[in-house]
Structures are given as structure tokens and as C-alpha cells.
Design a protein around this ligand. Structure first.
Ligand SMILES: C=C(O[C@@H]1CC(C(=O)O)=C[C@@H](OP(=O)(O)O)[C@H]1O)C(=O)O
Length: 356
């Protein structure tokens, strides 16, 4: 229970700090004989990497993954896949003041209280840099799932109070992936980007929301009662840095609905006319698209002076420094897809193992 591994049959363990030599991971349980598309893995890493546009952190990392094991002649061998990604652009001097003072609402304080020591540079282990490792594993899982016609699409639907309320279709992915925000509307992309630029000018940050739709999932995935499919998806999403909320299907809107409005009526082919269940009933996939949302808080590091305390619990003023995201959702889209892919592949393999 040391907190750095995720999954049951497909299991990812990550290591590394933001300003250390490298980050990396070990992926166990990937089936043998699968031909890897390295370009696809790099493509997802590029969708996540810092410095990719004017509205994200300007730290420049190439995020090239180096595989160390588990692959032979371009195919998985069924043995642990080890990999590293080097850290190339650390500016640790930006964090000198943070050796002693805690950024309000950041993991600085809790890491210090838990361990009595922390790598304060770039947030150390608590940095979202770690999520690059999840993207490597998720990109592999996504490729395997694609062969089974399971498709995972995440996109930004909200930044601050600007919200996309359209109906999702997979064709919209070309629009969401063509703009810096990753929202499926060209008009909203401009508005959201302008908002993020304004927020950045003020040295401030803003929250956002990501929606994820998974199609082609067969019925039967999910292990009641404690390992329901949505329970594992919730854990996966809530483990991503800055995530504050997860809901699926009707989610929190279900509070104000009547059963007669909420029930998804069947059609005779076994699908349902509506999808308030979000593709999961009783913790088990029902064959409809799995549909969930993830809420991200505004990043804690502000380029503004704030009141805080130091390690001796004395009141001090702290001015944030460094290269930070004014809004994390544009870069978090491939992270959500990666974690979703790890869960779905894990549960797909479990269902294969258990089904009579
Ligand atoms: C490096 C990445 O993002 C970093 C996430 C991060 C944080 O506190 O989470 C702080 C910043 O790091 P630094 O202060 O070293 O510039 C971001 O740039 C990355 O995502 O690869």
C-alpha cells in the first residue's frame, strides 16, 4: 500500500519527481504478442507535454519515452514493460523560497507533515509531471482496446463558467483536438483561450471540466460489490492531480430527477433509449457508451503574493514563481483517456478470466 501502483491484472507502477533525473514506470499484465505503435504513444505524450501552446506551462520537455524491457522486435513479450522519460528542463532556483514556505492548497504542506522531508523542487513527487507515465501505459492500453473496437474520447467541456453543452459524437474529436483548449467547438475554443490568457495575465488560475465517452464496451465489465466499474473509474480519475470531482451518467443532476424521468427504457435490441446510467448499471457495463465527467480545481500555484505559513508555522508572505499552468484541463485530456483505458483493459481481462 505505498500508493504508486494502480490496477489488478494490468498494473502500472510509477516513480520519479519533477526535478529528479527522470520519471518512469513498470507496466505488468500487458498481453504478449501485441505490436506496439510507438508513434501513437508519442502522440499522446505530445498531447500532454508542457510547453505545447501559449496557454500552458512553458517548461519545455521533449517527453521522449525510452523502453527498457518487455518488448522484443516491436512486440510485447508479456513480461514487465519498464520505461523512463528524462527530465530535461528543470529550473529548481524558482523553488528556493518554497523550501520553507507552503503554497496554500498545494501538496507542499501535507507531504511535509506526512514524511517530515520533501523534494520541494517543482512539487517533487506531487507534481503533475508524474502523469506522463500514466499516458505511456494508457496509450498502450488504448491500442489494445482499439483492436476490440473500444474507443475512448475525452475532451474539455468547461473552463471557468464557459460551458459546452452540445451532444457528443466521435466526429467532434477532430474539432476538439485542433484547438489549444481541446473543446469541441471552435467558437468556445476562442472564448476559453481568451479567458485563460486573461487569468494568466493576472497571475491567477482557473478550474475546468473534462468529459470522457467510451464506446464499444461489451456488457459485463465490473466486479460487484466493491470493485464496480464506476468505482474503479472514480478511483482512477480522483488519483489525477488537481481532480476534485467525478460523476457519471446523470451524476449529481440525478438528485433533482424523478425515477420516471431517469429510468433508461430498453429497446428490443437490449440498448436503452436514454443513457442516464452512463453505460453502467449495478457497477457493470450495460453496453451503452460509458460517459463521465471529471472536475479539476484551479492550480494552487499563483504568481501573486499570498499569505501563508512556513515550516515553523509562522505567518509569511509568498510570491509564486516558475512556469505553471493557468488551467490544467487542456493538458489533462490525454491523462483522463489513459486512466480510463487502464481501467477498461483491466476489467476486460478480468471478465475474460472469470466468464464461464
Ligand atoms: C513539468 C510538467 O508540469 C509541471 C507541473 C507542475 C506541478 O506543480 O504539478 C509544476 C511545473 O513544473 P516546474 O515548476 O518544474 O516548471 C509544471 O511545469 C509536466 O507536466 O510535465
Amino acid at each position: 500500500m505505498a500508493g504508486s501502483s494502480f490496477g489488478t491484472l494490468v498494473r502500472l507502477t510509477t516513480f520519479g519527481e519533477s526535478h529528479g533525473k527522470a520519471i518512469g514506470g513498470i507496466i505488468e499484465g500487458i498481453p504478449a504478442g501485441f505490436s506496439l505503435d510507438y508513434n501513437q504513444i508519442q502522440h499522446d505524450l505530445d498531447r500532454r507535454k508542457p510547453g505545447q501552446s501559449a496557454i500552458v506551462t512553458q517548461r519545455k520537455e521533449s517527453d521522449k519515452v525510452q523502453f527498457l524491457s518487455g518488448i522484443f522486435d516491436g512486440k510485447t513479450t508479456g513480461t514487465p514493460i519498464g520505461f523512463t522519460i528524462e527530465n530535461e528542463d528543470q529550473k529548481s532556483a524558482d523553488y528556493t523560497e518554497l523550501q520553507k514556505a507552503f503554497r496554500p492548497s498545494h501538496a507542499d504542506f501535507t507531504y511535509q507533515q506526512k514524511y517530515g522531508i520533501r523534494d520541494y523542487r517543482g512539487g517533487g513527487r506531487s507534481s503533475a509531471r508524474e502523469t506522463a507515465c500514466r499516458v505511456v501505459a494508457g496509450a498502450i492500453a488504448k491500442q489494445i482496446l482499439a483492436q476490440k473496437n473500444i474507443r475512448i474520447d475525452a475532451f474539455v467541456y468547461q473552463v471557468g463558467s464557459l460551458k459546452w453543452t452540445g451532444e457528443w459524437k466521435s466526429e467532434l474529436k477532430t474539432i476538439s483536438e485542433a484547438n489549444n483548449v481541446r473543446v469541441p467547438s471552435e467558437e468556445l475554443a476562442v472564448e476559453m483561450e481568451n479567458l485563460i490568457r486573461e487569468i494568466r495575465k493576472e497571475g491567477d488560475t482557473i478550474g475546468g471540466g473534462i468529459r470522457c465517452v467510451i464506446t464499444g464496451v461489451p456488457t459485463g465489465l465490473g466486479e460487484p460489490v466493491f470493485d464496480k466499474l464506476h468505482t474503479e473509474l472514480g478511483k482512477a480519475m480522483l488519483s489525477i492531480n488537481a481532480v476534485k470531482g467525478f460523476d457519471f451518467g446523470s451524476g449529481f443532476d440525478s438528485i433533482s430527477m424523478k425515477g420516471s424521468e431517469h429510468n433508461d427504457l430498453f429497446t428490443t435490441d437490449g440498448t436503452t433509449k436514454t443513457n442516464f446510467s452512463g453505460g453502467i448499471q449495478g457497477g457493470i457495463s450495460n453496453g451503452m457508451p460509458i460517459d463521465f465527467r471529471v472536475a479539476f480545481k484551479p492550480v494552487a500555484t499563483l504568481i501573486q503574493e499570498q499569505d501563508t505559513i512556513n515550516e515553523d508555522f509562522e505567518a509569511v508572505k509568498l510570491m509564486g514563481k516558475g512556469r505553471h499552468d493557468p488551467c490544467v484541463v487542456p493538458r489533462a485530456v490525454p491523462i483522463v483517456e489513459a486512466m480510463a483505458a487502464l481501467v477498461i483493459l483491466d476489467y476486460y481481462l478480468m471478465q475474460k478470466a472469470y466468464k464461464k
